[in-house]
Design a protein around this ligand. Structure first.
Ligand SMILES: Nc1ncnc2c1ncn2[C@@H]1O[C@H](COP(=O)(O)OP(=O)(O)O)[C@@H](O)[C@H]1O
Ligand SMILES: [Mg+2]
Length: 234
């Protein structure tokens, strides 16, 4: 059943990512290697390499018992994952009910990854899914199978915090979500948290530069992100 749906999609027009509704009611996602040409290839790198990195990363993390999207089927340039629910960015922007525990679960999931010395590569909240029970990581295109030192893990944590802040500009009161995610992380991985505080103190030198491009959400988030790691906050 899965095979037939995948075959049909693969012979149809190219889409990098596609939701497939199977005849038995299940929904799955088909992801294919990026087809980049010319200038885009120079800017974004080789699509096949990113694809292989992601697929291998999902396998490695799955085997390590970490919450990455499970691969249901794969071919040389595609794989299928089950529907893992909305992303945390979706939930932050549009939700009903209490999502504070979901953000705490995301902080815990990232800390568990880091305690095994793996970094996600770009743990933005748009690349975490919540299926109602568990968090899963998707989109591991920048994953490295090489274990990281604490400084690399701290940078991963800073990227996570940055995405919480940047996506939070769109909602009235994001602070409880930031706190839930970061407190849960810190409770589980205080050593990496402390390293991130040190890194953040250094990066503070760059804050004036980010004001030059204040229109961009990513730049605007820079200073407030570092503020979350201030030692004065205790
Ligand atoms: N297994 C999945 N479960 C739920 N949503 C998914 C899944 N895989 C992909 N998506 C959705 O598709 C979007 C794009 O997929 P992603 O793997 O992040 O690719 P991209 O590299 O294009 O960002 C995600 O942000 C998410 O909304
Ligand atoms: Mg993505």
């Amino acid at each position: 059943m899965l095979g037939a749906a995948v075959d049909a999609a693969l012979t149809g027009p190219y889409h990098r990512i596609m939701a497939l509704n199977l005849a038995d009611g299940r929904k799955v996602w088909l992801k294919r290697a990026e087809r980049l040409t010319g200038r885009m290839r120079l800017q974004k790198g080789d699509g096949a390499k990113g694809f292989a990195r992601e697929r291998d990363g999902l396998h490695i993390l799955g085997q390590a018992g970490l919450p990455a999207a499970p691969i249901l089927a794969e071919g040389p340039d595609w794989f299928v994952t089950p529907d893992l629910g909305p992303t945390l960015r979706h939930l932050m922007w549009d939700h009903s009910g209490d999502i504070v525990p979901v953000f705490a679960a995301a902080g815990t999931a990232l800390a568990r990854l880091h305690l095994q010395s793996y970094r996600h590569g770009r743990p933005a909240i748009r690349d975490f899914c919540w299926n109602g029970a568990d968090i899963h990581f998707i989109d591991l295109e920048r994953f490295s199978p090489v274990k990281s030192d604490p400084r690399g893990l701290a940078l991963d944590l800073l990227m996570f915090a940055h995405s919480l802040v940047a996506d939070g500009f769109r909602v009235p009161d994001p602070v409880p979500l930031h706190n839930a995610a970061l407190t849960a992380y810190r409770d589980l991985a205080p050593g990496i948290w402390a390293q991130a505080q040190t890194t953040a103190a250094w990066l503070r030198w760059l804050t004036p530069i980010t004001r030059l491009k204040s229109g961009s959400r990513d730049f605007r988030a820079f200073g407030p992100t570092l503020g979350l790691f201030s030692r004065d906050r205790g």
